[in-house]
Write a protein that binds this ligand. Sequence first.
Ligand code: PXG
Ligand code: PLP
Length: 441
Amino acid sequence: MDGLTPPPNDLGAYWMPFTANRQFKANPRLLVAADGMYYRSHDGRQVLDGTAGLWCVNAGHNAPRVTEAIRQAAGVLDYAPSFQMGHPGAFRLASRLAELAPGDLNHVFFTGSGSESVETALKIALAYHRAKGQGQRTRLIGRERGYHGVGFGGIAVGGILNNRRAFGSLFAGVDHLRHTHDPARNAFSRGQPTHGAELADDLERLVALHGADTIAAVIVEPLAGSTGVLVPPVGYLERLRGICDRHGILLIFDEVITGFGRLGAPFAADRFGVLPDLMTTAKGLTNGAVPMGAVFARDHVHDAIVQGPEHLIELFHGYTYSGHPLACAAAEAVLDTYAVEGLFERAAGLEGAFADAVHSLRGKPHVIDVRNLGLVGGIELESRPGAPGGRAHEVFVRCYGAGVLIRVTGDIIALSPPLIVEEGQIARMVETIADALAAVE
Ligand code: PXG
Ligand code: PLP
């Protein structure tokens, strides 16, 4: 081994994330290039991207401004320490993000991913209460079916069994709200479901059980993505905000998926008109081109922590790659692209046609629910007895074979195309899914 000659590529060394490794390696699906709405596969096929990669490529693949910005940034400043040092790009990006974010979400803490953003927000919530003299507020509340990444904090407040059960006792003092999925009343809702605002009152139950003065924060995805597209019922988030206010509990919106235009507005907080105390983001922040996340904090949260003697570090937290120069350059070019191409408005304008298209799958074989908001669609299939997820996986493989990339979780198909998608491409995605549904048992 001279370190230069690659060993034979047998796929074995790469332990793939969230993947059935042995099944995949027996029949691999590799992507070798991308442009706009399409991937190119290793066997030379064009694959229409119905999922914006993993919900991140909102501006479409290889957005020219982003590619150019990365090219220009490489070779100028490869890396700058982020602790007690800085570089201009990180300050500029933070200012632009604060400008874009609603209300007084004016302070931006950079991370390397959505998972790191979640860990950061949870820690800021705890530090906030301690700084306010309420250090007994240590309890963190998540919600059933929530996905908040894969750090220990994130899986503790998360509500997806498979992401938790192999990993021990997680951390203490966490509880969960009920999820909002109610197919008996809300199946085939177009946009926000009518029923279920009262599910927010579940927070009152936890307050009655634990005492409000032990609870630091509640974290929810405004629209739950990873679990299979659960759209918040009309009035639910407003009610949750009200209960948090009454009890001095911080509200964290995990906008890793919903941020940067996915719901036809800059953030879900804008779309729903509900301002959280903290907001976690990643994915669309850099269009997926360079890893990066960001946590937004409101003035009162930031100001409570950033005080005391000026020579002391206020928050003992941060990452080697917080505000990485290459990621900052990519993110600024992404913000330019969103603005110049009007992509958030474009997503809003396409929402009706997208809803029509996904709801046309009602009545197709196996379909038991269709849900949508912004450019997110969820199509739930009836599970095969004793084999949950099997049917949707077959639909996924068939669609990929037919040149359309979709995402499945359990027996739910999730569609979240780049915001540059054309109506004809939406139609092709839906027709391909319909054909696959007709073909599977
Ligand atoms: N919070 C939310 C709401 C997310 O959706 C994360 C945190 C974690 O982000 P990172 O960057 O650490 O992965 C996410 C990520 C899927 C899927 O297909 C969803 C995510 C990631 C990968 C796949 O549902 N969400
Ligand atoms: N582990 C060790 C031994 C380290 O020295 C560091 C950072 O200095 C970390 C983990 C954390 O790495 P990061 O800052 O990239 O999250």
